[in-house]
Design a protein around this ligand. Structure first.
Ligand code: FAD
Ligand code: NAP
Length: 338
């Protein structure tokens, strides 16, 4: 079951070639537990893998890479909605489309996000104003140290903006095995994002005749028109988080750059990182087979299938330029391994 010296290029959407000292594809909880036991006896670090769409491999991984591949998807109708039990290895987009086909809303804004269910809670995936946490009930995870199963409620997960306890206090401590979501029977569309409004206006779609399927299809169309499909152009989605800044910096930037794209975020302001990178002149830039997507500057692309250090070097150059030009610190969104 455990292989040694395995190429991880097929397991990351950046298509970075890096090797894992050991690799295992687990499709049952017993296999997962055995893999963890193997790693424990050899004192190996663990790299949990789903679809590999939010990681950057900066070199060979000296431990055990575990592809979490348990399957199973159940929809339980309730009086007031539907409950979804999804195993970690199920594909996120397929889950969204199944729920839409059944006529339930709640996940349609999250259509076409790559990756698997197991990774969705890690950064509380979000798009077009909707986040996983809005429909999340609970998850089951296996503790890496003991192999024990633990349940996390929404409160336990401490979800935030592209954030959860699994990026902080519980980082590297659990493998997520399954997730339970609940979609309401009564649906409220979330279509405030300008791209969605524009799409419906362009297509003559009355806003009072929206259905979950109509919104999902709009999201799919918009995303296909501006985001690179990782199967064709290797990438890891948004490379940087949208920075959240205090009022004085926002006011100074808005005065010097009246076109600044920013949104209120509690008492602070969320800046569109893509806008800053675009304004700094990076959109469409390519060097050594690594570059910045020409339709969305927030996405770094790796058409030359280059190594992780080339990607990291470009990211550092961009972040340092944005710091110099705007006084704003950009933080990468994908997780770097090792
Ligand atoms: P991976 O990349 O395999 O893993 C991501 C992290 O989670 C790693 O740290 C990994 O170790 C860990 N992990 C994976 N599975 C488990 C598990 N079972 N248990 C514990 N840890 C685990 N994200 C958004 O939020 N919104 C978007 O709109 C969005 N759009 C994207 C568009 C594109 C084109 C791309 C390439 C990415 C996009 N992303 C987006 C980022 C990415 O798709 C999500 O973060 C997704 O949830 C990652 O899933 P994955 O299975 O590929 O995770
Ligand atoms: P977009 O619609 O061009 O918007 C640009 C930025 O402005 C986004 O980052 C978004 O923040 C923010 N924004 C726009 N309208 C907003 C509103 N009404 N209220 C608050 N914030 C608003 O962005 P895009 O690049 O095409 O992406 C569309 C959606 O998919 C976004 O939600 C984005 O986060 C998501 N996405 C995520 C990834 C990823 O890898 N994480 C990759 C591609 C797309 P938010 O990012 O906070 O929504």
């Amino acid at each position: 079951m455990i292989q040694s010296d395995v190429d991880l290029q097929p397991f990351n959407t950046m298509t970075i070639a890096a090797r894992a000292r050991y690799f295992c594809a687990a499709t049952t909880l017993d296999e997962l537990r055995e893999a963890l036991e193997f790693a424990r006896t050899k004192q190996l670090p663990i790299l949990p893998l789903g679809g590999g769409s939010n990681i950057v491999l900066t070199g060979d991984f000296p431990g055990l890479a575990v592809h979490v591949g348990m399957h199973g998807l159940e929809f339980d109708p309730l009086d007031d909605g539907i409950r979804i039990h999804a195993a970690a290895g199920e594909n996120w987009h397929q889950l969204v489309m199944r729920s839409v086909e059944l006529g339930y809303g709640g996940l349609e804004n999250l259509a076409l996000i790559p990756g698997n269910i197991g990774a969705a809670p890690i950064q509380n995936i979000g798009a077009y104003g909707v986040e996983l946490k809005d429909t999340f009930e609970q998850l089951t995870a296996m503790e890496i140290a003991s192999g024990d199963l633990v349940t996390f409620s929404a409160e336990d997960c401490q979800f935030g903006y592209r954030d959860s306890i699994f990026k902080r206090g519980a980082k590297d401590r659990y493998l997520i095995c399954d997730v339970v979501l609940k979609l309401p029977r009564i649906w409220q569309p979330h279509v405030s994002y300008p791209a969605l409004q524009q799409h419906f206006a362009d297509h003559g779609q009355p806003l009072d005749e929206l259905t979950p399927a109509v919104v999902a299809n709009a999201v799919i169309d918009i995303r296909n028109s501006k985001l690179p499909n990782p199967v064709e152009i290797p990438n890891a989605g948004s490379f940087f988080k949208n920075p959240v800044v205090d009022e004085p910096l926002y006011t100074a930037l808005k005065t010097s750059h009246p076109g600044l794209v920013a949104f209120e975020f509690g008492t602070q302001w969320k800046l569109a990182a893509g806008w800053l990178i675009d304004q700094a002149g990076w959109r469409g830039y390519v060097k050594n087979g690594v570059g910045v997507h020409d339709r969305q500057a927030l996405v770094l692309v790796n058409p030359g299938h280059r190594c992780g250090s080339e990607v990291v070097n470009l990211a550092r150059e961009i972040a340092s330029d944005i710091q110099k030009k705007f006084g704003v610190t950009l933080e990468p969104e994908p997780r770097f391994y090792p």
